[in-house]
Design a protein around this ligand. Sequence first.
Ligand SMILES: [Zn+2]
Length: 144
Amino acid sequence: MTSLAKRQGDLEEVVLEVMEHRETIQTRLAKLVAERDEAQAARDAAEIRRAAAETEIDDEVVAITKQRAVVAGTIPDDLMKLYEKVRDQSHGVAAAPLLQRRCEGCRLELGITDLAAIRAAAPDTIVRCENCRRILVRTAESGL
Ligand SMILES: [Zn+2]
């Protein structure tokens, strides 16, 4: 009888340990499920923001493409051809401002000879950077 009682006591102890372990695991599982749900909600919210941003960007591309077509229609054909050619060769940037004697396309300062030639050129003459070959846009801040 004593042995059976001891055996029963041992088994009850094992059952208690298993139940405690089960509770620990259930608590951890509930925490992980909550974290997963939170991460899923954050992902869903990010997806909604991404889709909205994509729509906004698409709308902007359409608007800018229309504006570009209007502006391109006012530019003489030969200049437009040169612009497209330079753009293809210059990573998408065909024209750059000349600011403080520096080409803003390649960021290099122009030499004295190049600056003199640009200074002497008529306002409607197309001038280009001798370094990167981009079309230079002269402004009041060109430093000429
Ligand atoms: Zn340049």
